[in-house]
Structure formats: C-alpha cells, structure tokens
Design a protein around this ligand. Sequence first.
Ligand SMILES: [Fe+2]
Length: 493
Amino acid sequence: MEYVRKKLVEEALREGYNLTLEAISTLESLQNPIEVLREVIKYLKTTKPDVIVINNEHIGEVGSKTVESAYAFSEVVFEKSLLKEWTPSIDIDERYLKHYEIEGKIVEFQNYFNSRYAKLKNILEQRGGPSSRLTDALKSLKGTELFLVVMLLEKKETEQSVILEVEDNTSTTRIVIPKKDSELIKKAEKLLLDQVFGVRVVKINNTLIPRDIFLPDIPIKSRRIDREAPEVSIVLVSDLHVGSKKFRRDSWEEFLDWLNNSRDPEAKRVGYLLIAGDIVDGVGIFPHQEKELEYTSVVQQIEELNRLLSEIPKHIKVIISVGNHDPVEKALPQPPLSKKYRAMLEKDREYVFIGNPASIKVEGRRLLVYHGQSLDDIIQHLPNVSYSILGREIKNVLEVLLQCRHLAPIYGENTPILPTPEDLLVIEDVPDIVHTGHVHVAYVGNYREVLLVNSGTWQDQTSYQRELGLEPTVGTMVLVDLKTLTAKLKKFT
Ligand SMILES: [Fe+2]
C-alpha cells in the first residue's frame, strides 16, 4: 500500500499536482490507481487549468465520464451504502410461471398457431401497414399491389427460381422468386420453415409476384441509461451441468472467490445472479449418460448444486431458470423447477425460480431469459453455419431470434413445443437484454441496441461436442451493469 501511495504522489508531482489525503485514499481503493490518476490529470489539464490540488470531487467528475471508470469511481460513493440501502427489484411475467396441461387435441394446435400468427401479424403490420387476407389477394384485380403476412410451409428450389409455399388463416399459395432477383433470393434463403413474414406482391396474370420480403424484426431504439437507477449489476451464467464429470468445480470456486472478494469493486456491485438453465446434468438425457456422471441421481446432483450455490453471498438475489438437462418437463414453455427440488435448494438460502423462457424485469430492465433449445434447429437451417464455426457465427444465430420475433421459429424439429392457447415464444415486447445458453459458446453483443448474451458454460467439452467440432467457452460469466447496460465477459480458468 505504501508503495502505491508513493507512486501516486510521485506521479502527481511530476505533472505539477498535489493530492489531498482523501484523494490518495480514494485512489488507493481502486483497481488501477495510477491509470485513474492519469485520467484525472488529463481531465483537469483540459477543463480546469487553474487547479493544482486534486481532491475527491475531481476524481468523481472523471468517473462519471467513462463507463469503465464509472464502475471504479461509483465505488467511492456507494461503497458503504449501495447494498445496505438498495432494495432488490424483480418483476416476473406470471404467464411464464404456469404449468400448462395439454391434451394433444387438434384444436389446441390450431389455437397455438393462430396465436403465433396473430401476434406476429400485429408486429408486421406495425412495420408494413395493414395487410390483406390471402383469399382476397388471390381474387384481386391485375396490377393491384398488396401486403401479405404469411407463414412459410415449404421452400423449393428449381433452376430458375425459389418457390415459397405459404399460408395465412384464409388460404395457401405459392410465391415464385426468380433467381435473377438476387436481392430477394438472399432474403428468401434466410427464411426458416414455419416462420411468419411479410411480403409485398403485385398481381400480374393471376400470379402474385413478390417485390419485397421482410421479417418482423425489432425497431432501432436508443439505449436508455437510467440516471436514477442504482448502480447494481447482474451476473449472467448458464449451463453449469453439476453432476457431470466434466463440471469445472475449480472454475466455479474461483468465481465464488471473486464474488466473495470484497476488494473488487465490480464484485461488490453485484445484486443479482441469473442462471439460464442446465443447472444440473440430469439423468437419462442421452444414451449412456451414466458413464459421464459424477453423481448418478438427480437428488445427489441437486444436493451438490445446493452446496455450490449456498456460497454465493446472501445479499445477491439468485434467479434460477431451467433447461433441457433439468428435472422438469422438456417442452417449451418449461415450468420452473418442481417444489421437491426447490425445497432442497431453499434449505440454505432464498431463490427466485422462473420458467423457460421467462420475461422478467430487474431494476426496470426487461430481460428475456431463454435456455436456447431451438438454437440447434436454427444452426442446422441457416446457410453456412455449423457447430465447428459457432464461435464466430453465434452472433448471426442469436440475432435470428429477434429478427423472427420468435424463440423457436421452426416447428416440429428438435425443439418440443407445447401447443399452449397463447404462443408465449413470440417476442412481443422488445427486451433490453436477451440471455441464452444451451450451445455452450459465450457471446456478448448488441443487436439494434438490445444486449444479446450467451453466457457459455461450466462444463468441459463433452465427447458429443468433440464429434460436432464444438469448442465450448468454459468458466464464463457475463457481468451487466443494469444502469448503463454495458456488459463484460469474464472467464475463470
Ligand atoms: Fe447445456
């Protein structure tokens, strides 16, 4: 400490400044005191050339100007009061907490698809204006220009064209896109089966000729920095796979050390921790899984999870969602963990249990939490995407969810979906943050100012992943400042 103090004083003197005792203590408590001092000096030289004594106020002024530094400087202000005065704020959309019972009747599937179509039509009409019913479009006069909202039933390719078989709730038709129209062909290539999209057409000789194709997508909005919000952050993690021999206990313990380490201002500002499913490895999830398990019963796995989560500081609100490996119904929307397992975990601390997907508001920020089962289907259908190059393609895969405004746009492949009366997988409200997992490849990015996150995994590469050529990002978490919505990926080796 003495050494740092001496360095600070020397650095200030070299630049012609003195430091107050408080300013020295403040700088000493930061992670990078010398760098911060240099920033403060740079700031004073350009804005306050008369100042020769640096005090706490000057440090705070610079702190609010850069996001990186804001973390460090707000510590000065909030260090003692943040978590004492702060009251957690979590708002859960209760539709995603329900346990849906389905009989498997045809009418249930009809209602589900009607709900999917109606919700997406509403979104598309906000972009493209009122749409025409397909049955009316087919009867319209030659030369009429129309806007249609349709669902893709089939896509075929011939030498000259790409043919889209589409339907709405009144009729079906074919839309033929000539290959020479390269712009439209590019858009058609990206269309996924069962996807609802908009198409502008002109009626020529009894045929609907497409002019443009567009997806529901999200509008471009500016990020809201809530100046009044407390400086609290949320840790996003997923795919722990506790119970697997490949679970990285050492990395998790390193993460726990960081979380409990009060010397790091970033760790001290964590108010929430959200796990986006695959909390345990489960049992009987794939053939011969028992060979890969350290704990061969779900009860043992949950007990071990309990030990690992109980070391998270008690003031942190831990929110648990579920995934395809967890002991809960597999079809989407998945309900939260059952009472039996919740009780086992709640012996030692409180949790907030949510389903998958889930829509929650934390400190007023809307989070869409989704384990990500359908990402497998999207990876298989997107041109030029595979598991072996997922590290660089995951951005495009995750963006599809927002462009389609649907969490599982392809129906009937590897993602089981319950035909609930309302399609809860449509992304109706644009979230601030989308948190996914499942593919075990970490990613942090923005799509039209929505923070897109895949928080990686805590499980080493499995033999199945090795066959696929998938390189998981192991021991990662994403730290999001809920005030500024800036995010950082942190890795624990
Ligand atoms: Fe997983």
